[in-house]
Structures are given as C-alpha cells and as structure tokens.
Ligand binder design. Structure first.
Ligand code: MN
Length: 710
C-alpha cells in the first residue's frame, strides 16, 4: 500500500497529488476493519485498482475515483460526502462505477453479451468509468481463487463475455490479455495447465530459432541505418487456445507461439523494414496485414506479416513505431499520457471529443469515426436496452414504453397488462424507457385486453401487430352485433340516426383518431367493452355538427317544433318535412322545399340566401296547409338604449300575445353604441309575427325591430 503511494508521488504533483492523498486517506478510513475474501485488508483492493490506473497513465480524478470506488456501496459514506470532499467530477466517476456494480449480468448467448456491453457503455457515459471498472475486474480476477468454484466460474464467464471484449474495444490489450488468460485458468483449468507446461517446453526448444530471427532482423536494421528494437514476444495463452479451438488444431500445428516484434521510429521505417523482410523471406499468402493504412476499429496500428524463414520455421512479425506500440498496449488510456486532464463536459460529443483527439493524433481519421460511432452510437441509436426483473436484456426501439416491453415478452403479457413499474416505481403505460431501466409488467387476469389508445402508445411494430391480432380475434360476430345495437340506441337517445352519424367520411375521420381499420372493428370493441359507446358518439356528433351545420340547426327545430305539420309537399305525401334553421319560415311566408340527401325535404323561405346556389332540380314546391295547430320559431332583432330595457319591453309584449320566448342573445353595437337583442320567439303564424313586430315598433324606447333570416 505504501508502494502505490510512492508511484503516485512520482507521477503526479501539485493539486493532483493533494487530491490523491486525500482520496487515499479517505478510502482507508472508510474501509477500516473491512476484509476481503482472502482475509487481507479490504483497502488493498482499491489501492490495487488505483495502481493499475496509474500504470495506465490515467488522470488524477480517475485514480482518486478508483480509491473511492467501493466506498458508497460498502460503507456509510454518501454521495453528498464525496461531492463535498472531492467535487463533482470525482463523484460522477464513483457514482458511475457504483451504478454499473448493481447490474447483474447473466451472459448466455453471444447476442445477449453484446447487449450487455452496449448497456455498459451507454450507462457509463464517461469512458473513464469503464476503465475503472476494467481495473476493478482485473484485480478481482487476480484474486479469484478465494471464492467458491461456482462463483469463480460465473465471474470468469462474465469477464470473458463482457469485460475482455470491452478492453479489446478500447484497445487496452494489456488488460484484455491478462483478463482472457485468467478466464481460461478458471473456465478450463486442465487445458490452461496443459498449455502452460507445453508452450514453455516448446519455447525453450525454439529459443535458438527466435534468437536467430531477431538477430537477422537486427542486421537488416543496421544495414539500412534504422535504429529500433527487435524482440520475441510470447503470445498470450488465450489466443493460442482460441486458435486451437476455432481451427481445430493441435499445439504442434500452431507455429506462431512467439511473435517477433520490430519497433522503429517512423512510419516510413516501418514500410522499409517490411520490404526488407519480404525480400529475405517468403511471406505466407493472405497473412499480410497493413493496419497502418487501415487501423482496426479500436485504433490498433501495426504491420503484420507471417514469413517462412530459411531455416524452415514460420514466424509472425509485427512492425510498428514506438507510438503505435504504446497505443496498442494502452489503447484509449494512452491519451492521458500525452494530454492534460480533461474537464468532463455535459454534452456527450464533448465528453467523447478526447477520443476524437486521440484518433486525429494517430491520424486514423476514417476509422476514428467508426470507432466513435461504435462507442456513442449505442446512446443515440435506434434501440433502447432494458432489463427484466430477472436481469435479462430486452432490446426495444427508441422511445419504447412499458407496453412495448410487455408485448416483447409475450402477447399474453401485453394483453393482460394493467400497469408497469420502472426501477421499482409505478409509472404510466406511456412512459418512455431509458437504457438500463429495470421494467416490470403488472398483469391482471380480469383485464379486458388492450385499448385502442395503445396503438398510439406503442413504438414497436411487433407490439402493434399483436394488439391488432387481439382485436381481430375478439371481433367475433356477436361482439360486432352487440356493439351495433349499443351504438344505435345511444345515437337515438341523443336524437340522431345511425346513418346520419356514421358515414364513410365521418368514420374515416374518427378511424384516424382511434386507429380502427373498419367499422366492424369499432362495433366489436364497443361490444366487448374495450371502448365506450359515448367515446365514439361524441366524436361523431362533433364531426356531424362541423360538417353539416344546417342540418344540425334544423335538427334543433325538429326537436322543438312539430315537423311536417302545416306544410304540404306538392304531389307527394308522407315525406319527412322539416324547417330550415337558417331562415325559420312561419305560416304565411313564401316557402320552397329543398330535397336533402337522405333527410327528406327541408322547408326554407323562398328568399333564403342559402338557396341561391342550389341546383334547381333539388328544389320542390311546397305550401302551407290549413291545419294551424303547429308552432314555429321566428327570429327578430330589436334595438334600443340598453339590453335591460329591451328585454323588459319584449318580455311584456310577448306575454301579452300569449307567446313564448325561446332564446335571447344580446350585445352592444360598437359603432352606434346601441343595444341589440336577438329573440327567438315561438309562435303560430305569420300574422302573429307581424302583429308582434308592429306592437314593438310602437314602443318609444325601441329604435328598430325587424325579422331576421337567422
Ligand atoms: Mn471494487
């Protein structure tokens, strides 16, 4: 523990050093008296994690967070405490690591593992959180032998599926290789031991050959006046294991147990040496790789070739600059060796901008973009990854809701869904899910099934299809029939007929709002109760009113007047006759009939402006009949000084005639400053109307009276 401090004192200074000293002391105190499974002091763990990061060359904030990474989870220290002591940046890193700690990975299939890695990257947000996690896992893997075999296996599997590929993706081959070898040790202990013993034996046998090749290559460098280093490098066990497994080979058939590595100063020198080697030894076809011209997505750059040496052995040779070599070992972490500590910005782009800088600094622009996308693409991508309560990962489209989640599990779960919890809290069904959310669906056996609104909530096409399937299944004849009956009854109750309300146009209008594809669908869902009949009818009436205001007004009179009574249609009997609401004809008025589509004959005053543009063919002669027991509505406009005066006078006069005021509507004319009141009066004939108007005109406080068309 003291040695870590010596390393830190050599590496950091000033404020950074002070921060690290505080973090060290704080963590030591917080973990006091805690022990690891090995029996050693717990504090050894954060110290080792910190040391791995110091060796990788990370910034002080990251190393401080490494000291503190288990403090929130395992000790009484709170987030507030960390923020107060160490500030926002360190807090965010610690919180990030703690958050990832809570995710239980159940890696089973490759696809799931890939999803886990995506969640990991997306949730970490700051790549430094992942690097801390990698160091944390590395130390835990190193001390795995103190755990039960079962836990060893689980941890090793998880490391191989999640952590090692992440390290690879970030280009940190040092960590990747050590993790993979440790995994092999626990997952295939016999094979691991076999490889260890046999590879060492073969390496000893082949030692002279390696030395010989190194010597030859060194000579080439000297001859060309290039300075550099050449050495043999043992390949890590897992890569040999993988080669044997994937290509079904025995150890004897694996030639490149050792790679010869050549490190020079410039890119030109790389290609120069490359050419010289091929000049001397024959390259194996298909094994020449130029990762300088085309870097790997994780920024790895190097020239690779496999050659047949003149003494009969095949060797892989890797040629690269010192800088490339460094980047290959440290990957993304290499950045901090060259750059000052970066401030963590809110914006993701800015947060990842340093990656871009690394890329540019390495010159691999084309692939840097690809790499960047592979990192942040997860966050912006078209999918959102969430967990089931058991820890399985479900991939849903962006902006998906708990309903999408429910249907992705099973259509029966979706159909019976009545509620949802996200991260243990009840939420509305249209809540938008975020990456890493734990989603739980609440179902009820008594649920009547999905509602049509759900089609507007769900984002995945599969959920939409399943909801539609449900409706189709439920669209049994009896439901359609039942719905129709309910619809007709309610329409009638409100004074409409089904054919009036439900036309092709009106249905199209509400179908778009309610997501129906056919009228039967609508009736069926009314029939089995997924939709209330009022919900539909209110929408249809609203549409009817807006599209056919005249009929609607007429309807008002129809329900207030006796229709048909008092009017004869020329040459026809038994026709439905109603009075137009626009001109309110009363007996004695010159009238004419308008044949409306499906609604019988509407009676207008002959001078009604609404008839001006009507085709002649649709007009029909009508006349007043002798029966005078009908009542009619008429509109009159009365002007005077104040509305109150007019109302008092009109009310008294109408009462004297034994008539009835149906409605009044008053205003003040802003030009003349006169009060204007419209009256709707119920009366029996034109004579009566004219007498009323004459009487009102005699009133001194009334300046004018006349009948209006509407
Ligand atoms: Mn830890």
């Amino acid at each position: 523990m003291l040695e870590i401090f010596e390393r830190i004192e050599k590496t950091y200074n000033g404020k950074d050093l002070a921060l690290l000293k505080r973090a060290y002391d704080y963590a030591r105190k917080a973990h006091e008296n805690q022990k690891r499974a090995s029996g050693e002091e717990y504090f050894i763990h954060p110290c080792t994690v910190a040391k791995i990061l110091v060796d990788l060359g990370l910034d002080a904030a990251t190393v401080a967070a490494a000291f503190l990474h288990d403090v929130i989870e395992d000790t009484p220290v709170s987030e507030g405490d960390i923020k107060k002591e160490f500030g926002e940046e360190v807090l965010e890193l610690v919180v990030g690591v703690t958050k990832l700690e809570k995710i239980q990975f159940h890696s089973k299939e490759e696809e799931q593992a890939e999803n886990f890695r995506k969640i990991f990257v997306a949730m970490a947000k700051d790549i430094r959180v992942i690097i801390i996690k990698l160091a944390d896992r590395l130390h835990n893997m190193r001390s795995l032998n103190f755990l039960s075999i079962e836990r060893q296996q689980r941890m090793a599997r998880e490391t191989l599926d999640i952590y090692a590929p992440l390290a690879d993706r970030l280009g940190i081959s040092q960590i990747k290789c050590e993790l993979e070898d440790l995994c092999l040790k626990y997952l295939e202990p016999d094979f691991y031991e076999y490889l260890q013993i046999n590879i060492d034996e073969r390496l000893k046998e082949g030692e002279d050959l390696v030395d010989h090749v190194v010597e030859e290559v060194n000579k080439m460098l000297t001859d060309s006046g290039v300075s550099g280093e050449v050495f043999g490098r043992k390949k890590h066990l897992y890569s040999i294991y993988r080669k044997m497994r994937e290509r079904n080979k025995t150890l004897d058939q694996i030639y490149d147990l050792v790679a010869i590595r050549v490190i020079v100063n410039t890119v030109d020198e790389c290609y120069e040496v490359f050419g010289k080697i091929h000049n001397k030894w024959k390259p194996v076809p298909g094994r020449i790789k130029d990762y300088i011209a085309t870097p790997k997505p994780n920024m790895y750059r190097s020239l690779h070739t496999t050659v047949v040496t003149n003494f009969g052995r095949v060797f892989e040779i890797q040629i690269r600059t010192y800088e490339m070599n460094h980047a290959a070992e440290y990957g993304i972490a290499a950045h901090w060796k060259y750059k000052e500590n970066k401030k963590v910005a809110d914006d993701l782009d800015t947060r990842l901008s340093w990656i871009r800088e690394v890329m540019e600094w390495q010159g691999g622009l084309k692939d840097s973009k690809e790499f960047l996308n592979s990192l942040k693409g997860d966050i912006y991508s078209s999918e959102v990854l969430v967990f089931t309560p058991k820890g399985d990962v479900i991939s849903l489209p962006k902006d998906a809701t708990p309903l999408d989640f429910a249907y992705s599990i099973h259509s029966a779960v979706g159909n019976k869904c009545v509620g949802a919890k996200v991260n243990s809290k009840m939420v509305p069904l249209n809540t938008v899910l975020n990456v890493g959310d734990v989603v739980e669906v609440i179902t009820s056996q008594t649920s009547k099934g999905p509602s049509w609104d759900w089609l507007k909530i769900v984002k995945s096409s599969s959920a939409r299809v399943k909801i539609r399937q449900f409706f189709k299944r439920e669209m049994k004849e009896e439901n359609v029939k039942m719905g129709k009956v309910m619809f007709e009854a309610e329409a009638k109750r409100r004074g409409y007929s089904t054919s009036e309300l439900l036309t092709d146009e009106s249905f199209e209008h509400i179908a778009a709002k309610l997501s129906f594809t056919g009228q039967d669908e609508m009736f069926a869902s009314i029939g089995y109760g997924a939709l209330t009949v009022n919900h539909v009818i209110v929408k249809l009436i609203d549409y009817y009113r807006r599209s056919q205001p005249q009929q609607e007004v007429a309807k008002f009179y129809k329900s207030n007047n006796k229709t048909g009574g008092g009017v004869k249609v020329k040459g026809m009997a038994g026709l439905l006759v109603r009075f137009a609401g626009c001109c309110n004809p009363v007996p004695g008025d010159d009238i004419i009939g308008f044949i409306s589509r499906g609604h019988g004959v509407t009676v207008h005053r002959r001078d009604c402006p609404n008839l001006k543009h009507v085709e002649d063919g649709r007009l029909i002669e009508v006349s007043w009949s002798e029966e005078a027991d009908s009542v009619y509505n008429a509109s009159i406009k009365v002007m005077g000084n104040t509305q109150a005066e007019i109302l008092a006078i009109v009310a008294a006069t109408v009462a004297k005639f034994g008539l009835e005021i149906v409605s009044t509507n008053g205003r003040t004319d802003h030009k003349t400053k006169q009060a204007v009141v419209d009256f709707n009066v119920r009366l029996n004939s034109k004579d009566e109307l004219e007498s009323l108007i004459t009487k009102l005109k005699q009133e001194s406080k009334i300046t004018d009276v006349y009948r209006t068309a509407n």
